[in-house]
Structure formats: C-alpha cells, structure tokens
Design a protein around this ligand. Structure first.
Ligand SMILES: Nc1nc2c(ncn2[C@@H]2O[C@H](COP(=O)(O)OP(=O)(O)OP(=O)(O)O)[C@@H](O)[C@H]2O)c(=O)[nH]1
Ligand SMILES: [Mg+2]
Length: 241
C-alpha cells in the first residue's frame, strides 16, 4: 500500500488546524499529515502537539524556530518525507482554501493515470475562485498568464499550492537550490519538474478564500514572484537550472 503524506505549513492557524486535520483523517484514503509550524505565536504547534495524542501514528509535527516563509517550510517537509518511506507527497494550505475532498482526486491522478505531479488548478475550467475580491482574482489570474508567457510551461495555475508529487520528483529536483519562499516557490517547483521532463497534470478544483485567520500575502511575496520568474527563465536559458 503506497504511503501518502500531506504537508501543511502553518503560521497562526489555530482557528483552522484542528478542523483540517480531522477532515483529512476522515477521508476514505489513509493519508498521514506533517504540520510544519514556524513557532506560531498563537500556539498552533501546541494544539497539533495535543492532537498527536489522538493520532500518534499518523499526525507528525515539525516546529521551526522563526517565521521563514512557506517555501522554506515546504522544503523542510520534503526533506523530512524523503528520509522516510512516503511514495506520494502533497502540498496543502491549512485555511480550507483547498478542499480536503480533492486530495483523493489529486492522488488518483498520480496513482491511476500515472502523472508525476498533479496540480489542483483554479484556472482550467474558467476561474474557480470563491470569495476573493475581484482585484485579487485578477492579480492571480494575470500572474498565471505572465508566468506562462515567460516560462512556456503548459500550466494555467502556476502559483497553485495544492499539489501531489510522486516521490521521485522530489528526489530528482535539487531541493537545496530552490531559492524562493512565497508564490515564486510554487512557480519554481513546477518549472523545475517541467524542465526535468516529468509529466504534469492540472485538474480543476474550487478554491475558497479563508474565512478564519489572517492572510500572509505581502507586496514582498508578489515582487519576488514577478522578478523571480524572469530570473528562473534566464538561468534555464544559460543552463544553470
Ligand atoms: N510554516 C509557515 N507557514 C506559512 C508561512 N506563511 C504562510 N504559511 C502557511 O501557508 C499556507 C498558505 O498561506 P496563506 O496565508 O493562506 O496564503 P494565501 O492563501 O496566499 O493567502 P490567504 O489565504 O489570503 O491568507 C497557510 O497554511 C499558512 O498558514 C510561513 O512563513 N511559515
Ligand atoms: Mg490561504
């Protein structure tokens, strides 16, 4: 039976974490969860620690000393997973923007249809975003078009963070060389998987804005993505990827 790990990075998600963990464990497929928390001041980590009593075998927790961005949290989670026997490794947010019911669809796309990376996409059947202000929908959608134009990746939702990777993808990508931390991290991971010749697939999901907790979006994250994409493309042209 393949081993499946859902990695959830958290920073101040105390209002969401218990519900999302319980929801994932109530799915008909046996996922394990790794929460990577950056010492959230609201104590998200301590609540996860308490929940581990209920799920000692399948809920894992890594606590990092300070807030260092979602990209770094995922890289830590990937390294953790690769030291253990997981076959399928997922990325997912804690805030219910990603519907846990879709985990199985992502999984089946890799398992049964043999894709190496499956992306839960907001933009392949129109725009499937609920409760985002129009400004943010436009920003995200335009960012995806911009990234596609520059990188030439055949992916509509390049900043998506709801993903299933086959283990071999994370083993092949040089994780120590991944530089970006915000949305650019998501673009960089897809771009490197694409460059290495892995089979990427997008499946439609509905993305819902968070109703609890605070957003960590910042202008720095947007700038990193805008300039980062150009850097990625230039490096790939000069063979440095
Ligand atoms: N460990 C860790 N997790 C983070 C960090 N920044 C964001 N996260 C988590 O990453 C996931 C996505 O972050 P969000 O703040 O939801 O980002 P977003 O979806 O772009 O924005 P909103 O939904 O508007 O908040 C959530 O589970 C966050 O708690 C960080 O610096 N460290
Ligand atoms: Mg969110």
């Amino acid at each position: 039976m393949p081993q499946k790990l859902v990695i959830i990075p958290t920073y101040n998600e105390i209002e969401n974490i218990e519900k999302i963990v319980k929801n994932i464990f109530s799915q008909p497929v046996d996922f394990e969860i790794l929460v990577v928390d950056d010492s959230s001041p609201d104590g998200t980590w301590s609540l996860v620690h308490k929940l581990q009593e209920e799920y000692p075998e399948k809920l894992h927790l890594e606590i990092r000393t300070s807030k260092s961005g979602l990209g770094k949290a995922y890289l830590h989670g990937f390294q953790w997973a690769l030291k253990r026997k997981y076959d399928y490794i997922f990325e997912m947010d804690a805030d219910f923007s990603h519907n846990p019911n879709d985990l199985i669809r992502l999984y089946n796309s890799c398992l049964k249809e043999n894709y190496d990376v499956t992306i839960g996409s907001r933009y392949i059947t129109g725009v499937n975003v609920i409760n985002w202000p129009m400004k943010r929908v436009l920003l995200s959608w335009m960012a995806s078009k911009y990234v596609k134009a520059i990188t030439r990746m055949p992916i509509e939702d390049t900043t998506a963070g709801f993903i299933c990777y086959k283990r071999k993808v994370l083993e092949t990508i040089d994780l120590d060389k991944i530089k970006f931390v915000g949305y650019a991290f998501q673009i960089e991971m897809k771009f490197k998987a694409f460059q290495k010749g892995f089979k990427l697939k997008e499946i439609p999901v509905i993305f819902t804005d968070r109703t609890k907790g605070k957003s960590k979006m910042s202008s720095g994250i947007i700038k990193e993505a805008v300039f980062g994409v150009i850097t990625l493309k230039l490096k790939s042209l000069f063979g440095k990827i």
